[in-house]
Design a protein around this ligand. Structure first.
Ligand SMILES: [Cu+2]
Length: 241
């Protein structure tokens, strides 16, 4: 489909989502063809939607900062997702086809993050959300319910929670020789990992409800990430005497 040239000037802003849970700001905009559609109506051919994800500004503790209006502050652009509807589009997705849409993900430098031949996963997720009959483009209610994502799950002593695509707390201090347990307490069926940046520990894939325990014998500061969500999930363990 090609990079959606000029979308920042020409496209109409649809929505901005502050995803505190995912540490992500999501801008959804549409070209005039797509923007002319009434809710519930199919999108005409020539519709293009662009969805930018931004990493929000964080303080030194890894907490997101907000502007005077309570919104997250954009720090850096992660990904530009584009979807386009044209007659006959999507046939290569075969069983995963979600209508006549095709999908591409670009990095800010316009190189492909997910090239067109590998975007069947995009189509399948859109298909799963909307079924064959509907023109599904993005959702608001499912992922953005404040009471579902607004609060931390309780964690026990010596325990780091994994929920809403983050480690809670992001920085955890432990005495050397005391085990630390990470528990995937997410309620949205998302698997995560606990993977040291230096690979000194790695939980492997933790499905929801699963735990991983590791005992730090050596003093120091250990940075880790989720290998499935490396842009969103970062944690630190500080091992003290
Ligand atoms: Cu993850």
């Amino acid at each position: 489909m090609g990079f959606p040239e000029g979308y920042r000037d020409a496209f109409k802003l649809f929505f901005v989502f502050d995803r505190v849970d995912a540490k992500s700001i999501q801008y959804v905009c549409a070209n005039t063809t797509a923007a002319s559609v009434e809710p519930g109506q199919p999108f005409p051919y020539g519709s293009v939607l662009v969805f930018e994800t931004w990493r929000p500004l964080e303080d030194a503790q890894g907490n997101v900062t907000k502007d005077a209006n309570g919104h997250l502050v954009r720090a850096s652009l992660n990904t530009i997702f584009a979807m386009r509807k044209e007659q006959g589009f999507g046939t290569d997705y075969k069983d995963l086809r979600s209508g006549e849409w095709e999908y591409v993900a670009y990095r800010p430098d316009r190189t492909h993050q997910t090239p067109p031949e590998r975007t069947a996963s995009c189509a399948s997720c859109h298909l799963a959300a909307a079924g064959q009959q509907n023109d599904f483009v993005f959702r608001t209610k499912l992922f953005f319910t404040p009471d579902r994502y607004g609060q931390s799950d309780p964690t026990g002593p010596g325990e780091v929670g994994i929920s809403r695509v983050s480690y809670q707390p992001g920085t955890f201090t432990v005495k050397a020789g005391t085990p630390v347990t990470w528990r995937n307490s997410t309620i949205d069926d998302t698997p995560h990992t606990v993977t040291a940046n230096d690979r000194s520990f790695d939980s492997g894939v933790l499905e929801p409800g699963k735990e991983f325990t590791y005992t730090f014998a050596t003093l120091g500061t250990y940075a880790y990430t989720c290998s499935l969500h490396p842009n969103q999930m970062r944690g630190t363990i500080r091992v003290t005497e």
